[in-house]
Design a protein around this ligand. Structure first.
Ligand code: 8OZ
Length: 362
């Protein structure tokens, strides 16, 4: 029987176990450049004997326009690549593996964070009711500008450029963030996308940005080093339900199934919230996909052990538990209690609530 602690080949990436550190926004990259403290944080969680078999980096913007919160890191400039190299070296020194989550926030942003103080861009000109972190406070999102038809290929090119930067920075691969109400989901869902050009309308038109971005990223990073994160029913960031999530996401996974991708990463239910937020058949979603299947959202030890033992998942991603348990892998192995994380230190700040959580042995 396969267990959570068994090795696995994920595309071209060999992992020591199936425990994944989920992407976690921490807003500790001033000026969008990763710091040595971030290298310490990831390294603390990187040893597969005590931490994760795979780390998915915090969401990392592919371009200045892709940023929506203060002090999130980017992966589009030479300075960022050099700084991320320190992080990936530190992870590899512990025997770990790390992929870079490629992120464009779309309308979940604020003019103050955008190049030239311009409005953020989206599939639509309608504002999200979400909030973003600007200057130490969460504030309402700015009203976006709908991307012009001829601008969208430039976004696809930005994904490819970021993927090349990630590989130059020494990441083992990349994960396209197509979840949680950000740009790709803003194109996918008919509750948000109100376009009448070739990037809106029927399901295939709404999936076009997802498909073209993933194709471009897979070409840049290698399909066997490319994963994708989806969240079929999440309401995160004012992403109202699509009129037919089963059809939209079913077709989306089908379109991604012949690309030779390493994995799909699926958030079940409401991101960071109720798993049963809306009914959805995740087993049916998986059926056409030949790569590895990663599940996330609110997994405890028993659920994770069962998900892998039953074959429902190849990999399980843990988010908040990895904030407060740098040795979560060891605690999972030994059935030790998990420390609670402190929300007050999630976003921004320094070492407190970041690199100072003790291990169970400490
Ligand atoms: C929490 C705060 C800010 C951003 C996501 C990147 O939900 C995020 C995020 C989460 O995917």
């Amino acid at each position: 029987m396969t267990t959570l602690f068994d090795p696995i080949r994920v595309g071209d990436i060999a992992l020591a176990n199936r425990i994944v550190m989920a992407p976690l926004t921490r807003n500790r990259a001033p000026g969008t450049v990763p710091t040595p403290l971030m290298a310490t944080y990831y390294a603390q969680r990187a040893d597969p004997a005590t931490g994760a078999g795979l780390i998915v980096s915090e969401a990392t913007q592919i371009s200045p326009q892709g940023q929506g919160y203060a002090d999130t890191p980017g992966i589009h400039s030479a300075e960022q690549v050099q700084a991320w190299r320190v992080v990936t070296d530190a992870v590899h020194a512990r025997g770990g593996r790390i992929v870079c989550q490629l992120w464009h926030v779309g309308r979940i942003s604020h003019e103050q964070l955008q190049p030239g103080g311009q409005p953020p861009v989206s599939s639509t000109a309608r504002a999200a009711a979400g909030r973003v972190l600007v200057g130490g406070a969460f504030v309402p999102c700015s009203t976006p500008r709908a991307l012009r038809t001829e601008e969208v290929p430039g976004i696809v090119a930005d994904y490819a450029h970021a993927a090349r930067c990630a590989m130059d920075a020494g990441f083992d691969g990349v994960e396209v963030h197509a979840a949680n109400g950000y740009l790709i989901e803003q194109f996918m869902r008919d509750s948000i996308n109100d376009r009448s050009d070739a990037w809106g309308g029927d399901i295939d038109a709404r999936l076009r940005l997802l498909v073209e971005a993933v194709q471009a990223v897979a070409q840049a990073a290698g399909a066997g080093r490319t994963g994708v994160r989806l969240s079929p029913v999440t309401p995160a960031n004012d992403a109202a339900q699509d009129s037919d999530p089963a059809a939209l996401y079913g077709r989306g996974v089908q379109r991604l199934s012949d690309m030779g991708l390493a994995y799909l990463h699926v958030v079940e239910g409401s991101t960071g919230g109720p798993r049963d937020h809306a009914p959805f058949d995740y087993a049916a979603l998986r059926r056409p996909f030949p790569g590895c299947w990663m599940l996330n959202n609110g997994y405890d030890r028993a659920m994770a052990l069962d998900a892998v033992a039953s074959g429902r998942a190849d990999l399980v991603a843990f988010g908040r538990p990895f904030i407060s348990n740098p040795d979560l892998g060891l605690r999972l192995r030994q059935g030790l209690a998990w420390a609670d994380s402190n929300r007050k230190t999630y976003y921004g700040g320094g070492a407190a609530g970041y690199t100072d959580y003790p291990t169970a042995a400490a």
